[in-house]
Design a protein around this ligand. Structure first.
Ligand SMILES: C[S@@+](CC[C@H](N)C(=O)[O-])C[C@H]1O[C@@H](n2cnc3c(N)ncnc32)[C@H](O)[C@@H]1O
Length: 395
């Protein structure tokens, strides 16, 4: 096979990341825009050491899951990968990717994966990160291109909520003077309030937005993390709650942000310990707890890897539920070591990156067995998945 050759391919699956995978003459070929089960004609565009890349030319036999993308930017914009796939097909693909990652990276067998889809697969995001494009002395907003190179100017995003879309042009207007800024984060809440900050200057520094989950308010400062899909945040917290063991006495909320799990579950435990390294987030976690008169919470400011052991030692004879909700990089090796040094009553790992989750579950498998896995589809239309894994000590 050479660059420029046209080949007929039968698509096998989606790779993690959304590219379609096919095999030809014993080689793996990656291409964008095709769906599992389809037969397509494609042009070979690149040869790498272990695989080829190709460009989709024509779909010869379409998948029943192929749909017309509702977004005019889809072919160029790198924000979404699955707008051409039915929502049912997206959930099926994500479930299979998680099973494959568990086997390939974690070397563990997954129990049957429960799948919880988003009630609104479009216009669900309450937060976006956009790039500033400077054209003809004007600042415009956009996303990274699908090829990973360049930026695509966008006036309306199919996964951002109405408030964000209505505010894109006014915010671009307010950014005109910030010529050195490269990115802007825009966040909105259910009351229609908007906060935004750039990489160079937090325009609204010191402000907070109030997010409500299951009737509880969480003040969240500019720059701090909060879940991006409100309907699925409700689902996520209910699913985590369903995994919580009734026998547990102490909750450790590792990577606690502004205290989402600590506040929601405090009444189920004798004590709650939150760990978070972002100073603003932990300050608000404390305040969010106090706002509900909860006095059983202690929050450690610092990394989980350097504070987990101390947190576990705090109530050594009690049964612990440890919720881990790390960023995409997953757990630091020292955090894994601290978890494996004890037989913790129960671990609930909430992950926004199934590949680091698979790696970490593999590392934890010497001490813990995997009892339950749920895919909570926080990020429809995109390659991203939120997964909850529930672990108990192996006998
Ligand atoms: C995915 S968010 C989860 C936040 C919270 N559980 C929630 O649902 O709102 C991850 C959080 O971990 C924090 N973080 C990142 N690395 C950390 C580390 N090594 N130790 C402690 N916190 C960390 C981030 O600041 C962020 O607030």
């Amino acid at each position: 096979m050479n660059r420029g050759d046209t080949v007929e391919l039968k698509i096998e699956s989606f790779a993690f990341g959304g590219d379609a995978i096919a095999r030809h003459e014993g080689w793996v070929i990656f291409l964008q825009g095709a769906l599992p089960g389809e037969t397509v004609s494609a042009e070979i565009t690149e040869k790498r050491a272990k695989f080829y890349k190709a460009k989709l030319l024509k779909v010869l036999k379409p998948s029943p899951h192929r749909v017309k993308s509702p977004c005019p930017y889809f072919s160029e914009c790198g924000g979404c990968q699955y707008l051409h796939v039915s929502y049912e097909g997206q959930l099926e693909a994500k479930k299979k990717q998680i099973e494959d990652l568990f086997t390939r990276l974690g070397k563990i067998a997954s129990p049957p994966i429960k799948v919880l889809g988003s009630p609104e697969p479009l216009h669900y995001r309450n937060r976006v990160k956009m790039h500033l494009l400077k054209r003809d002395k004007k600042v415009l907003l956009g996303f990274k291109g699908a090829t990973g190179k360049g930026l695509v100017q966008v006036d309306h995003c199919m996964i951002a909520n109405k408030t964000i879309n209505e505010n894109l042009t006014p915010i671009a207007g307010q950014l005109q003077k910030l010529r050195r800024a490269r990115t802007v984060h825009i966040r909105s809440n259910a009351e229609g309030k908007v906060d935004f900050w750039t990489d160079k200057l937090a325009l609204s520094k010191g402000t907070t937005l109030m997010e409500k989950v299951r009737g509880k308010a969480f003040e969240t400062p500019s720059g701090a993390f909060f879940q991006v899909n409100p309907a699925m945040t409700d689902t996520l917290t209910r699913e985590v709650e369903s995994f919580l063991d009734k026998d547990s006495q102490v909750l450790i909320d590792a990577y606690c942000g502004v205290g989402l799990f600590s506040v929601l579950f405090a009444d189920k435990f004798q004590a709650v310990l939150g760990i978070e390294q972002d100073q603003d987030s932990i300050r608000w976690a404390r305040k969010n707890m106090r706002a509900y008169g909860i006095t059983s919470g202690i929050f450690y400011e610092g990394s989980v890897e350097s504070n987990l052991e101390r947190a576990l030692a705090n109530n050594p004879d009690k049964k612990h539920s440890v919720i881990l909700d790390p960023p995409r990089d997953g757990l630091h090796r020292d955090a894994v070591r601290a978890l494996c040094r004890k037989k913790i009553h129960q671990i609930i790992y909430v992950s926004c990156n199934p590949s680091t989750l698979a790696r970490d579950l593999g590392l934890l498998s010497s001490t813990y067995k995997l009892l339950g896995v749920t895919l909570v589809d926080m990020f429809p239309q995109t390659m991203h998945s939120e997964v909850i894994a529930c672990l108990k000590p192996a006998l």
